[in-house]
Ligand binder design. Structure first.
Ligand SMILES: *Cc1c(COP(=O)(O)O)cnc(C)c1O
Length: 438
């Protein structure tokens, strides 16, 4: 590149070492790392060289960009949709107690060490104990990476090269094209489909058990849809009787992860009731209704859980130390945000919504929240929303803080169910900014 002439404005672009020495930039190095800082500097200098940015603005732009930047580009979002377990927003928000646990576990931590003896200990033993306290019906518990991993581990360990019996009424797709049946088939287990979409009887299972080498009977909670009308399914008690007769374990994938029944969601299965009803092994997700970190939980017969824990695949799906810590704090600590949002008092939600609505001069309308994450389909969670012009939605999403409203009925609906009350002033400020913009 030939040197620009003295009169060329490009000569006024600050040099890299000058920019690196700016106090705001050298402070940001700790947060962002050298490469990210140099990238920002290079991009701004390039823009000035092209004539897109005046050279005198380079320093200010760089200081501004490094001040608003973090090493991770994940952005916190205020969930104003009324959907409690919002998959696109990372499902369950962690409780402050779980967050503290994650921070404590982020450095060197005794995840596999007994500090008393100095000897190696079982990984995640305290999390296992907390899970068993929360679900005493289980003989043992194991936590893995997620629900799908728990299902892969169970079908591989129990039924690779053999058959998994499943009702045609429970062959579900969950979201983003994730089909349980394809996942099971990928483990090398054969799917043995029985019954029909609406009705499956005990004799259908019995036929399978007499005619094939069955490794497991799988019962799946059809999380995100309901079959109504002329329907019939085989109870866990019947399946247990059959399973015992043929020496085949009954595995129940309950999906969402309540450990105890929740009166608010009478049709949502929970681990305790499912075990008491006859399942030998229960599979659940950690970040749906349980309100914890992403995890797959396996509860049940101690010998079965141990068989899974000792399978070589268990190492490939093991939970990381951060998730183990967050799970222990979720099941043993204070109620997580998911529980609070689910059980939010509609009257209190109305007062909050009306206060914000009045402040910006827009009406408050009745609005049903949802459980989300495939849980309790069709169950409304009565609440309220501030009804704004539909064009406000994009501005709210792109604002600071980012707010995700629900777009419905040609309106932008702001439901405060899943917004911590302490954040109401931030939502109000965000709405004001979104409405003010031309
Ligand atoms: C959500 C769900 C899964 C998958 O769990 P992840 O934790 O998302 O992997 C499996 N089975 C059922 C019935 C579910 O609802």
């Amino acid at each position: 590149m030939s040197k620009p002439p003295v009169t060329d404005p490009r000569r006024r672009i600050p040099r890299t070492d000058t920019l690196l020495a700016l106090p705001a930039v050298s402070d940001a190095r700790v947060r962002l790392g050298d490469n990210a800082i140099r990238d920002i500097i290079r991009r701004t200098q390039d823009s000035a060289r092209r004539g897109d940015t005046p050279p005198e603005d380079v320093e200010r732009i760089i200081v501004e960009s490094v001040s608003g930047s973090y090493a991770s580009s994940s952005r916190a979002v205020l969930n104003a949709t009324g959907v409690v377990v919002h998959t696109n927003l990372g499902r369950a928000p962690l409780s402050p107690a779980a967050l503290d646990a994650v921070v404590a576990a982020s450095g060197y931590v005794d995840v596999e060490l007994d500090l008393e003896t100095g000897a190696r200990s079982k990984r995640g033993a305290t999390t296992r104990a907390a899970l068993l306290r929360a679900c005493p019906a289980a003989g043992d518990a194991l936590m893995v990476n997620n629900g799908a991993a728990a299902l892969v581990l169970a079908t591989t360990a129990l039924a690779a090269g053999r058959a998994v019996v499943i009702s045609r009424g429970e062959m579900i797709e969950i979201g983003a094209g994730f089909r349980l049946t394809e996942l099971i088939a990928s483990t090398g287990a054969r799917l043995y489909e029985v019954g029909t979409t609406n009705r499956t009887h005990a004799h259908d299972y019995a036929d399978a058990l007499t005619s094939d080498d069955v490794g497991a009977i799988l019962k799946v909670h059809p999380s995100n849809f309901r079959v109504e009308g002329f329907t019939s399914e085989t109870s866990l008690a019947e399946l247990r009787t059959l399973g015992r007769a043929y020496g085949v374990p009954v595995v129940a994938d309950i999906g969402s992860g309540l450990l105890q029944p929740d009166p608010l969601l009478p049709d949502e299965p929970d681990a305790t009731t499912t075990l008491d009803s006859g399942a030998d092994l229960v599979i659940a997700s950690g970040d749906k209704l349980l309100g914890g970190p992403q995890a797959g939980l396996l509860f049940g017969d101690a010998a079965l859980v141990q068989r899974l824990a000792k399978h070589p695949l268990a190492r490939a799906v093991r939970a990381d130390k951060l998730a183990l810590a967050a799970m222990e704090a979720t099941v043993g600590g204070p109620r997580p945000p998911v529980w609070n949002h689910l059980h939010a008092d509609p009257g209190a939600l109305r007062v909050r919504a009306e206060s914000l609505g009045a402040a910006v001069g827009f009406p408050v309308v009745a609005h049903d929240g949802r459980v989300g994450g495939g849980g309790a389909p069709g169950v409304p969670l009565p609440g309220w929303a501030i009804r704004l012009p539909v064009a406000t939605a994009a501005r709210l999403r792109l604002g600071e803080p980012a707010v995700l409203p629900r777009v419905h009925d040609d309106a932008c609906l702001v439901d405060l169910r899943c917004v911590p009350e302490a954040d109401d002033p931030r939502v109000l400020a965000a709405i004001r900014r979104a409405l003010d913009e031309p």
